[in-house]
Every structure is written in C-alpha cells, then in structure tokens.
Design a protein around this ligand. Structure first.
Ligand code: PRX
Length: 567
C-alpha cells in the first residue's frame, strides 16, 4: 500500500493521535464566547464576535466574484448588513423557531440574510437555486416555511397557492407586486443595530433536505451546538488560520456550503471566497489565482472535470497560493490524488460525512499520511466502526455498515416532523450511515458504496422515489423505476426504466421530452441521462420496486435472490 507523506508545514494541530487520546468535546466549548457569557447564537460567534474585535473588524470576511462583478465585505460590514436583514425579518413578524427559507443564487446578500435569520433565533432553510417547482414546493410545505427570500427570476417556481403556511415573500432585484416585499427597500429602512436573540445550544438553526431511498426528501434539522464541530474541524482539518483565504466550492443549498461555506471559515475568522456563476475550469482557476486562495475545499466530480480539461489549462494559471486542498461528497479516486500532486503540487485530502452528521467525521487530517483511496480516520471525539446489521462491531477488513457512536456535537437534532425516521438511524447507540465500508489494520476507513438505493450523481444525492413520482406524472408514463449507473466523471448517472401508456410509442423525442419534464419540474441534476422503455417494472409481491434487480441486470451482475419477485 502506497502511503503519501502528511502535508508539509506548520499546522493548528501537530499531533493528531495525541489529540484523539486526550480529547473531550467539552474542552472545545471553552473557545466560544458563550462559554463565559452563556449567550448562545452561532451568528454572533461567526460574525459579530470578529466585528467587535478592533483588530479584526476591518479584515475581509467575504470576497464575492461572479464574472466581472466583485464585492468585498469586512467583518464589520457583514455584521451591519446581517443586522439589517435581522431587523427586516423581525419587522415582518419573524420570531424564534420560525422557518425562513432562502432561494437565490450565491451572492453576498444570501449570507447577510442567512445570519439575519439566525440572529432572530429562526431556522434557516437554504434551497439550491437549480430546484424547480416540485422540489421547492416539497421543501417549503414539509417545513411549514413562514417567510421566503428569493429573486424575481426564481419567484415563478414558488407555487404560493399550495403553501398555506408561507406568509411573506421578500424579493431581491426588482420592485415586486403589491402583496410581496421589496428586499432593497426593507433593507434600506432597517437599522444596522440588532441584539441577537440569545438561545440554547439545542435550539434549531438550520434545515437541509436530503434524499432517502423511500419517500420525499427529509428535513435534516440542525441545532446551534453544531458550531462546536464546524469550528473544530475548520481548525483541525481545513487547518484554517485567520490569515487564510479559503474557498469552498459547494453551494449553500447543500450542507457542505453551510457547514464549510459559512461556519467553518467564519468561526475561525478566515476570509471566505464566494464564487457566483457557473463552473468552467478557467473561471475556477482564475478564482484561485486572483484571490490567492490558500485553502480549497471541493469535490471529486469537479476535480475530475478539471483533470479532463487538461494540464495545460491548470498550468496557464498561477496556483502557487494553494497550501491545502480537500474533497468531500463522493469517492475520491486515487488517480485524482496522483494527478493533483503532479499538476497542482498538492495532495487532495479526502473527508467523509453526511447532511445528517452536520460536519466531518472521518478525514485525512493534515498531519496524517494519506492512503490514496481511503477516506482517512475519525476526528478526535468521534468513534467510528464497521458493524453488522445487529449492531456488533466487525473486525478489520470486513465489509459492513459504516457507523459512528452517537454523541458528536453536529449530529442532527431530528428529522423535521418525523422522529420515527430519526430513531431508525440508530442501532445499539450507533448512528448507521447507510454507507458500506471497511476499516484496515491502521484504522483507516475505505468506502465501498451505498447500502440503499440512493444515487450519488456528481456528489448530489438523489432519491429514486422522488424521480419516479415525478416521472409518472408525465402523461406517457405509467410506471417508473430509477437507478444509479456508474459513470467515470459523475460517479453515477440516473437511469430510468419506464412503461408507456397505451397510445404512446417509444421515440427519441418522447424520451427527451420526459427527461426535460424532470429537469423543468424537479431539478437538472435529478433528470435521467438514460431512459429505457420496458414492458414491466420488477416488483415484490407487496408492490415494492426491485431496483436492485434492474441495477444487477444493467451492470451484468448476478440477479441474487428473486424469491420475492411478483409473478
Ligand atoms: O455515500 C456517502 C457520500 O455522500 C453521502 C452523504 O451525502 P450528503 O448527505 O449529500 O452529504 C455530502 C457532503 C457531506 C455519504 O453517505 N460521501 C460523502 N463523502 C464521501 C462520500 N463517499 C465517499 N467518500 C467520501 N469522502
């Protein structure tokens, strides 16, 4: 097994193994101001605390770049602007515990609004800007969102008639209709002074929806205590220093974009780069070159696309500012680690975690030698193991459920409105991830795959049920089953099997129409890249779709147990 040496240079933590031994989460709490004041609010710790420190208030908190548009805010400016947002929301009746959703492209005001929500003690629900009608409705309805902040462009995707709880909509970028609120007008009228609502660590902060194998996406509900781990992993794993210019490429509509696009960097007082616009290799490299990014947190699909763009593209930019590069969300193939080492002169450090876990759990810590292909080891304060379905810990080298002992600070509070679902994650005090993995003799964890039908396409989880439900809304489709099919660049792509209603004939046009139906109704990343017309969908006698069979057939694998298959 090839081992790559740890990251060179000085780090926040020099002896990872020693820290793991003596560590207790309560020690970490001493580093927050609420440890002495008793006043809890993650927005205060991430923004106001720095803004109130004369030595830091004028440091850049945020650098935003989208094409030629550039905006820079200091911590003081971020505090003022988020206070205005907090006052704006308060004036519309937002109080503690209310769900306030954000549906807008990445821009500085997203972050001001996000903190404005938290400062009111309300719960922020960020929606990925590529979500279409159905995806938006499912999330706003399930959460009972009271207020939405959106843009004129995205507003038509919000079907208000189906959302009785949604009382107020604030619109950026235009003068909206009379029954809506103008963001700019409200912000201009709002004071820059706001005393955050002081909370308990257990109070709710954030809702992120994630896909499961059954049912609609579920609302993963996080509490303010998650900041303890956001801060700790930002310090240990991202290795953030206050002088760092950090860039997390994830959108805040996904958990990486909040835990590490907001909390990790700002709790650690770093300068946070925010990229607007779409991905192109040139735009991304330019971002690193122009802003002298030092720490970069990205994803395997993006790295594979950058590698596919060719080494010359990378070499035509000055990437020498980079000192630490990390990845999350999908298996990081060793070839990409070797490629990055050659082309960037940097190794990629993999990290493993989930929406539900709120923050990193298994990582290639900067001082840990990298075993390419392994996700690394548990962070201090976290115990991970491979367990069987009865909750027994398995010895090294055996495949099983990747599980983590409950009790880390960023663990979700619950699944919104579904405590039963939350409880179903646990066996014998172990949180069961749904991933299958192995542990080796050195305690490194090796990812093997998902144990359920959830699809990971370009690092985004897609629940087959969601896509299937939308597919059968198309007039030509009677039944549908959706699987993930391995793909070199995207990890997996979505393949749909459908049966056609009488009167509809298979054609390239029809399949394209059905694909667009999902793209426009749900979201682009959930649209099947392949559609196959079949005469029937395999189901169990109790009517459950046997996606496992379709996947085995598609990949030419043994069909396994078919005894429950309906005649
Ligand atoms: O299957 C694992 C995969 O992504 C899932 C979690 O997805 P999500 O909740 O959207 O959060 C993604 C970002 C935290 C996991 O159950 N996954 C995540 N990280 C890795 C990974 N698969 C392999 N290697 C990783 N490093």
């Amino acid at each position: 097994m090839k081992m790559l040496a740890p990251l060179a240079g000085k780090h926040n933590v020099t002896d990872f193994e020693a820290l793991c031994k003596s560590f207790e989460w309560s020690h970490m709490e001493r580093e927050f101001s609420w440890f002495t004041t008793g006043k809890v609010n993650a927005a205060y710790e991430a923004v106001d605390r720095h803004a109130e420190n004369p030595a830091k208030s004028d440091q850049l908190a945020l650098i935003y770049q989208d094409g030629d548009t550039e905006e820079k805010w200091t911590f003081a400016q971020l505090k003022n602007r988020s206070n205005q947002a907090a006052n704006m929301l308060k004036s519309l009746g937002v109080t503690k515990g209310d769900r306030v959703f954000l549906f807008m492209p990445r821009c500085p005001d997203f972050y001001a609004s996000f903190f404005g929500i938290l400062k009111n003690g309300a719960v922020a629900g960020p929606l990925f800007e590529a979500f279409m009608e159905q995806a938006v409705e499912d999330r706003l309805k399930d959460s009972g969102a009271k207020v939405l902040i959106t843009t004129a462009e995205l507003l038509p995707r919000v079907k208000r008639e189906n959302l009785p709880d949604l009382k107020e909509i604030i619109v950026l970028d235009c003068e909206p209709a009379d029954d809506l609120h103008d963001y700019e007008k409200l912000m201009n009228a709002a004071s820059t002074a706001f005393e955050p609502v002081w909370l308990d660590k257990e109070d709710g902060m954030l809702l992120h929806y994630t896909s499961g194998s059954t049912g609609k996406p579920k609302g993963v509900y996080h509490a303010h205590r998650a900041m303890i781990q956001h801060y700790a992993t930002g310090k240990w794993v991202l290795d953030l220093q206050e002088s760092d210019v950090y860039w997390c490429t994830a959108d805040p509509g996904w958990v990486t974009g909040t835990s590490y696009g907001i909390f990790g960097p700002w709790l650690n007082g770093a300068t946070n780069v925010i990229a607007g616009g779409r991905f192109t290799p040139e735009a991304w490299y330019k971002m690193i070159e122009k802003h002298k990014v030092t720490v970069w947190y990205t994803a395997p699909t993006a790295l594979r696309k950058l590698a596919a763009a060719g080494d010359e593209v990378a070499h035509s930019f000055d990437l020498s500012s980079l000192r630490h590069v990390l990845s999350v969300g999908e298996p990081l193939n060793p070839e990409i680690i070797y490629w990055a080492e050659e082309v960037y002169g940097k190794r990629i450090h993999d990290t493993w975690w989930m929406t539900e876990t709120g923050a990193m759990l298994i990582v290639n810590h900067p001082t840990l030698p990298i075993k390419p292909g392994a996700m690394g080891k548990p962070i201090p304060g976290v115990e991970a193991a491979i367990i069987d379905d009865a909750g027994n810990v398995l010895p090294p080298h055996q495949s099983g459920n990747l599980a983590v002992k409950a009790g880390w600070p960023s663990m979700m509070k619950t699944i919104w409105g579904n405590q039963e679902k939350f409880d179903s994650y646990f066996i014998n005090g172990w949180y069961v991830s749904g991933d299958s993995a192995k542990m080796d003799e050195d305690g490194y964890f090796w990812f093997e795959g998902r144990l359920d039908d959830v699809i990971n396409t370009s690092g985004k989880l897609v629940g087959p049920f969601e896509v299937e439900s939308k597919l059968i809304e198309h007039p030509a489709v009677t039944e549908a089953a959706v699987i993930g099919k391995p793909d070199e660049e995207r990890g997996e792509i979505i393949k749909a099997f459908i049966t056609l209603d009488k009167g509809h004939l298979d054609s390239i046009e029809l399949r394209e129409e059905i694909r667009l139906f999902i793209k426009k109704g749900l979201s682009a990343h959930a649209a099947p890249r392949e559609i196959e017309i079949v005469s029937s969908i395999p189901k169990t006698r109790s009517g459950k779709i046997m996606r496992r069979l379709l996947r085995a057939k598609e990949l030419g694998l043994p069909l396994g147990d078919t005894s429950t298959l309906e005649e």
